[in-house]
Design a protein around this ligand. Structure first.
Ligand SMILES: Cc1ncc(COP(=O)(O)O)c(C=O)c1O
Length: 331
């Protein structure tokens, strides 16, 4: 595979290991974890895989500022802000919501690395791209060149991150002698899911990519991924029949809404931490893992009926646990 220009930022390959003690009673299922929470320490998680390509592209274009956007606790914004500090590039974040009195979790880290932050209230969020373009103009007037990275770095460039991860997974499966039935990520802006869907076609991976959405719905992810793939084909002159793409999003686990979770999700997070020493977060990985286990438990009636070897893609998000500490109950 000929990849576009890429920075070497993530600790790769990440390990693939089976859970040793967490079991689903009455089901003989082996859950493997692709540890993308270990792509780095502060810049951990899935976003760094995409940003390796996105920031390389921005630098090739002569940019010296990165503008990006997301929620106040965005992992993607935190990863971009820290990478900016490491690479000596200014980062300007547009965050959805009000400025909290005391920054916590990802936001605290954004401030610590000196990112410039503009808060845009929820009711005005529809204008965030417009604001990003205005900021680009302002930087231009100051003699800088700013690259705008869309939410989650999910576009035709960011797609490469999980296409490359799919090649890594192919090696993992060969090394471990496994042929998984399902590859399970959380999906939020669609780039991880999209990259895995495309990558599993390109590298002929065993197992269906089945994503659990934490916002929006299956139709949204279907459209978004097809749109990104169409741009990707055009931009990089790639051949791929879009009709062959198997985009499977399992709905039903968003809970009360993006960023907030039911108590079952918090229970699952605490259980996995206790049994395996593995940390999930309430916004992404906790919901996806909880959904995966719930669907397996439904057996033939569930949406993962063939599960015997399942690969859960741990996409990080640890720092999102701390601002939600009040939701964990300890006896
Ligand atoms: C920890 C974590 N997991 C999963 C996702 C979802 O990835 P994507 O935005 O590529 O759908 C994100 C970001 O949105 C994330 O921060």
């Amino acid at each position: 595979m000929k990849y576009p220009n890429r920075l070497n930022l993530a600790n790769l390959p990440t390990p693939l290991t089976p859970l040793e003690r967490f079991t689903i009673p009455n089901f003989d299922v082996k859950i493997w974890v692709k540890h993308d929470e270990l792509t780095g320490m502060e810049v951990s998680g899935n976003k760094i895989r995409k940003l390796e390509f996105t920031i390389a592209h921005a630098l090739d274009e002569g940019c010296d500022v990165l503008i990006t956007c997301g929620g106040v606790q965005s992992n993607h914004c935190r990863a971009t802000a820290i990478l900016g500090a490491r690479l000596g590039i200014k980062v300007h974040l547009i965050l959805r919501g009000e400025k909290p009195e005391h920054p916590d979790g990802n936001l605290l880290m954004d401030y610590l690395v000196g990112a410039e932050i503009s808060f845009l209230p929820q009711r005005e969020w529809g204008k965030h791209v417009e604001l990003a373009h205005e900021l680009q103009q302002q930087y231009h007037q100051q003699g800088s060149k700013a690259h705008f990275i869309p939410i989650g770095a999910t576009d035709e460039i960011g797609l490469w991150g999980y296409i490359a991860a799919s090649e890594e997974l192919k090696n993992d499966f060969e090394t471990n002698g496994i042929s998984p039935d399902y590859i399970v990520p959380a999906t939020g802006s669609g780039g991880t899911q999209g990259g895995l869907v495309v990558g599993s076609k390109l590298f002929d991976l065993p197992g269906q990519v089945v994503a659990f959405n934490v916002c929006d719905d299956a139709e949204y992810f279907d459209n978004k991924i097809r749109e990104d793939v169409a741009f990707w084909k055009q931009s990089y002159n790639m051949e791929l029949n879009e009709d062959d793409l198997d985009i499977c999003t399992i709905e039903g686990y968003v809970g009360p809404g993006y960023g907030t979770a039911d108590k079952e999700v918090f229970k699952t997070i605490a259980e996995l931490a206790r049994i395996e020493g593995l940390f999930l977060d309430p916004v992404y990985t906790g919901k996806a893992f909880h959904g995966m286990v719930n669907e397996i438990q439904k057996g033939a009636e569930g949406r993962l009926p063939r599960a015997s070897n399942v690969v859960f893609v741990h996409t990080g998000g640890l720092f999102g646990v701390f601002p939600q500490q009040q939701n964990f109950k300890f006896d």
